[in-house]
Design a binder for this molecule. Structure first.
Ligand code: NAD
Length: 715
């Protein structure tokens, strides 16, 4: 049988080895007929003792077919629902057969893959870190619709299943066994099928071996069903807590909880239907389409090297120089050493450099304390970092990343002084967050080997790196920066040069709009709440305090001096507020003794009372929807401008960069994807409304009307 190899042995055990067309086994349109045909053949077998299900690929089974899922709409909802039910019906036939099915899980089984194993009576997995198990559907705005929610609840109970279903946690086989998702593990991949067959033989006379827990009379769900007082109390509270966390912006977690509650209340088959119906509804939502498009298709595009120049050999970094051991430099040193790269961490004094290296030591100690690293490995990582104040130590670096103060004169001077230490053909990267790379490269003798490598703070946690092409940056330098970023296991987006590139510039509009609202007289707490209400992690004023008003003032002065300030639109309102805050009240931000907020020792913050005296006008009010849209649309418009002017080279970079770099709301699928599901025409109309009420900065960039006229979306 093409796709599913069928092999019966002398003990009357059939092994099905899944080997579907393409790189992975998945729930593509070919899956259902294949499974139906196979199960029918198994049902017709005489003397069958059991069935082993395994895979011929490196993964066991990759899950749902996202290409089909993303096409779900109200028009095909009935077919969608029927198809889900049809898959479940075949799973049910497997479960009703009088012989046991054993899943021999020899590779990752996520989502639909794990659901397929849950249709088996016994699950044995190869205990290897490549074998990830879990339900990542929620991270794509969906729910596990092939029985995953209901069966997850039957196996783990409401509390136990929570992190798997609602948080999309993926685990190793050993953890999955502890959680009750699988039954056994084996140490070697080729032990799996023999072990599965042995289990079938051991259980030949055990009738219960072919009966699922949900079909077992008297089976008790761990923690109890909805009648259990603790569960009855927990359900309404869980719903409220979830809402607080998602702010009502993500429909999937709420629907998962609904289905989970149903599984605790109604019979198994009814719960399975409810699950299918909710899955059908979720798949049609804009949020699911946004999340699938960006987190699956575009993420694969970005990480798969779509922006890396072709035909250039892999550019491995062996020795990296990091200039400046401050907040950023110390983080860059840490992530580089963790990737096994030799690091020279240089600052103006040995003491400053040592302090930067101590940061790595601190992070390593934390890993050891959590049992995530051995002392020996930590010493090896630390040993890769040489802290120094001596230029000579940079000799032979194949990559130097400069992370000194944001000052163009200093950066020029350092480039001239230290570039000669680069190894032949070495590349110079600047971690500037705003200064144009083309201008910085003017100090270089090799502007083609000069590239922007922009990290985000804190470097050890933030997954994104923005690579910036100066006018003269070569493809070779880009490949070097790209490959280094992958070496340190981060996601690279590649953008063209501009003041503030893509991320800083777009993020800046969020701060600017929040500051404008403040100066109009709106209450600062309301402003920050509106930021959170659209799904930003922090309100605009609170985050302005974090990045610091002081930094903004310095940057503004630098751009003005360079004569480029007006490229960034009218910054006069923000400049005015920042000037007043710093010059008149000494409030430069959180790390400068406080800014819009006051900070207490225990980490809590309250609005600085003087702020209300300065700006708050109780009689001023703006509709809530306008406040929210102002904060979101400013960012979307800036991202579109970046696309229009080719600062963004791809839509995928814009979406991934906005979410991973500046915390754009995940429900949007990124600042550009947002426009696709909002509707291009509707977007232009809403921009016009906002422009009339609040100013020309809300006019939709022409690229939206062009796409609309061409009948296209941003892809
Ligand atoms: P920082 O002030 O924490 O650190 C700068 C370090 O550079 C200091 O330790 C200083 O002693 C050192 N330095 C100054 N002159 C030097 C010289 N001649 N040789 C060697 N070292 C020298 O600053 P930071 O926040 O780490 O920022 C550094 C760069 O990274 C800036 O260009 C900034 O714009 C950029 N950046 C910052 C962030 C952020 O969130 N802080 C994010 C992305 C990029």
């Amino acid at each position: 049988m093409s796709g599913f190899n069928y092999e019966k042995d002398a003990d009357n055990i059939v092994t099905i080895t899944m080997d579907m067309d393409g790189p992975v086994n998945s729930m593509s349109p070919a899956f259902l007929p294949l499974l139906e045909e196979t199960v029918a053949k198994l049902e017709a077998e005489e003397g069958l003792k059991g069935v082993v299900l395994t895979s011929a690929k490196s993964t066991f089974f990759a899950g749902g077919d996202l290409k089909t899922l993303v096409q779900a709409s109200a028009d095909n909802a009935e077919d969608f629902f029927n198809n889900v039910q049809a898959i479940k019906a075949v799973f049910r036939r497997m479960e009703k057969m009088p012989v046991p099915y054993v899943a021999a899980i020899n590779g990752a089984a996520l989502g639909g893959g794990l659901e397929l194993t849950l249709a088996c009576n016994h699950r044995i997995a190869w205990d290897d870190k490549s074998v990830q198990l879990g339900f990542p559907e929620v991270t794509l705005g969906l729910l596990p619709g092939g029985g995953g929610v209901v069966k997850g609840i039957y196996l783990m109970g409401l509390m136990g299943a929570n992190e798997y279903l609602i948080e999309g946690k993926r685990v190793t086989p050993a953890k999955a066994q502890q959680a009750g998702l699988i039954h056994e593990t084996v140490a070697e991949r080729d032990e799996l099928v023999p072990r599965a067959k042995a289990w079938i033989i051991e259980n030949a006379d055990n009738e219960a071996a072919s009966i699922q827990p949900w079909d077992t009379r008297g089976y008790k769900i761990p923690g109890g069903n909805a009648n259990h007082p603790a569960v009855a109390q927990m359900l309404p509270a869980a719903s409220a807590m979830l809402f607080q966390k998602t702010r009502g912006l993500l429909p999937a977690p709420a629907k998962i909880l609904d289905v989970a509650a149903s599984a605790l209340r109604v019979d198994f088959d009814t719960a399975m239907r409810i699950e299918s119906r909710n899955f059908t509804a979720l798949a049609q939502t804009a949020v699911a389409k946004n999340m699938i498009t960006t987190f699956f298709f575009q993420m694969n595009q970005v990480n798969g090297g779509a922006s890396r120049p072709k035909n250039i050999e892999p550019q491995l970094t062996k020795k990296v120089g990091v200039l400046g051991a401050g907040m950023m430099g110390q983080g860059i040193a840490y992530v580089s050493a963790m990737a096994g790269i030799e690091v020279v961490l240089k600052d103006i004094s040995q003491e400053a450099a040592d302090k930067g290296k101590a940061y790595t030591e601190k992070l390593l100690q934390k890993r050891i304390a959590k049992g995530r690293m051995t002392e020996e490995k930590a010493q090896a990582v630390l040993g890769l970092i040489k802290a120094t104040a001596n230029n000579e130590d940079l000799t032979g670096c194949d990559l130097i990343i400069e992370a000194v103060f944001e000052n163009i004169k200093l950066k020029h001077q350092i480039t001239q002084e230290l570039e000669p230490y680069l190894a032949e053909g070495g590349v110079w990267g600047s971690n500037t967050s705003t200064l144009p790379i083309t201008e910085l490269a003017e100090a270089s003798k090799n502007a083609e080997n000069f590239v922007g490598i922009h990290f985000f703070s804190p470097v050890d946690k933030m997954p994104l790196v923005e690579i910036i092409m100066g006018e003269k940056t070569s493809d070779l330098a880009l490949a070097k920066a790209y490959d280094y970023t992958k070496q340190i296991r981060k996601t690279p987006i590649v953008v063209n040069d501009s003041l503030g590139f893509f991320t800083s510039r777009t993020f800046g509009t969020y701060l600017d709009e929040g500051t404008r609202m403040l100066s109009e007289g709106l209450h600062p707490v309301q402003i920050d709440n509106m930021g959170k209400a659209i799904g930003m992690p922090v309100g605009p004023l609170a985050v302005f305090d974090e990045v610091s008003l002081e930094l903004n003032r310095k940057a503004d002065a630098t751009w003005t001096e360079m004569g480029v300030r007006d490229k960034w639109g009218d910054g006069s309102v923000t400049r005015g507020v920042v000037g007043t805050m710093i010059n008149d009240h000494g409030r430069g931000g959180r790390h400068h003794g406080g800014g819009f907020y006051e900070y207490s020792e225990d980490g809590t913050k309250t609005i600085w009372p003087g702020l209300l005296d300065l700006y708050y006008k109780p009689d001023v009010s703006v509709p809530v929807d306008d406040m929210k849209d102002r904060l979101l649309f400013r960012q979307v418009i800036e991202a579109l401008k970046c696309l229009e002017t080719s600062v963004l080279r791809t839509v995928a970079d814009g979406n991934i960069g906005s979410i991973m770099g500046i915390g754009a709301p995940v429900w949007t699928g990124g600042l550009i994807q947002f426009v696709n599901t909002y509707g291009l025409e509707r977007f232009i109309a809403r921009c016009d409304e906002l422009a009339v009420s609040y100013g020309e900065r809300f006019k939709a960039p022409a690229i939206v009307a062009e796409k609309l006229a061409a009948g296209e979306q941003f892809a």
